[in-house]
Design a protein around this ligand. Sequence first.
Ligand SMILES: Cc1cc2nc3c(=O)[nH]c(=O)nc-3n(C[C@H](O)[C@H](O)[C@H](O)COP(=O)(O)OP(=O)(O)OC[C@H]3O[C@@H](n4cnc5c(N)ncnc54)[C@H](O)[C@@H]3O)c2cc1C
Length: 329
Amino acid sequence: MSDTILVVVEQREGKLNRVSWETITAGQAIAAATGWALEAAVVGASSVAGEVARKKLAKVHSIESPKLEPYTPDAFAVGLKQFIASKQPRLVLMPHTYQVRDFIPKLATLMGRTVISDCIGFKFDGGKLVFTRQMFQGKLAADVSFTSDAPWFATFQNGAFRGDQAESGAGAAAVETVNVEVADGVLRNKPQEVFQEAKQAVDLSQAEVIVSVGRGIKEQKNIELVKQLADALGAELAASRPICDSGWLPMDRQVGSSGQTVAPKLYLAIGISGAIQHIVGMKGAKSIIAVNKDSEAPIFEIADYAVVGNLFDIVPPLIEEVKKAKAGS
Ligand SMILES: Cc1cc2nc3c(=O)[nH]c(=O)nc-3n(C[C@H](O)[C@H](O)[C@H](O)COP(=O)(O)OP(=O)(O)OC[C@H]3O[C@@H](n4cnc5c(N)ncnc54)[C@H](O)[C@@H]3O)c2cc1C
């Protein structure tokens, strides 16, 4: 068993996804805390290994077999098991994506191990590695650690770390090709064409100012009020999940773990409680103003400006003031 952390990045058709960089940031943070070496593995598409190798990593492994493209859970589980069994890293990290959720239970089970999934942080306490994960829809944060032997498997939630904070290396890390054997009988399913999501009409990730509305708005007809504020500010309108689930705004306006991740200069959260699934999507905003009638609302823990009060008293005069200020400028 080596004191190595292995980050398995995710690619599709030779394109790395954003969460892979976040997992590399997480791996770098754990490496800094533990003193363990950090390596990465690319499965199936050697073309992206060079891109990964620009980050601060001891080595990048390109795990290859003709059976690894296109993705299937069977080939990934069998191929990665061979690699991990021979390499013996202490810790294997992956992003908590749909694809990883599809194959990691099988991979861990094949190796007689468990997975700590959907983590949002970690601690290295007295030589013990502890992961934090949310429970009961984000109401509690639990500290979880491994009792079994390594290799340990953990996945990180989308947004738990900042991908743009993944450190680059002084020079490119070495890329090593590893061929794995995936026997003919292993694949039990035949992938069909990848389902293409409808192109998002709104790209909130590029917005500089966002006015986001939550269930505090009470009724669909009241959405017009926050829309007026967004228009006055020249902002994009966004929402928490219940607003989109109710069909009050389209799904592509949803911010959070199952919506878009945004990083505007200014984020106004109007009547939003600040559940973890919402916060992971907007905590990268430079300035956060929250309006909530409950002074204990969790959104205030990350807000730069807290406005405690009834949004129906606060938003209308705010619209007027913004209009006045804009007219005067
Ligand atoms: C797997 C999973 C994925 C999820 N993904 C997402 C996601 O991507 N995005 C997301 O947002 N959520 C997501 N959720 C849901 C999330 O857990 C919360 O339920 C949701 O964010 C709550 O939305 P809210 O803050 O609008 O509503 P609530 O939690 O009901 O909060 C409403 C807030 O409005 C305040 N309020 C009420 N009336 C007024 C008033 N008159 N003036 C001022 N304030 C008022 C209240 O004090 C309260 O804080 C997900 C949940 C799960 C389980």
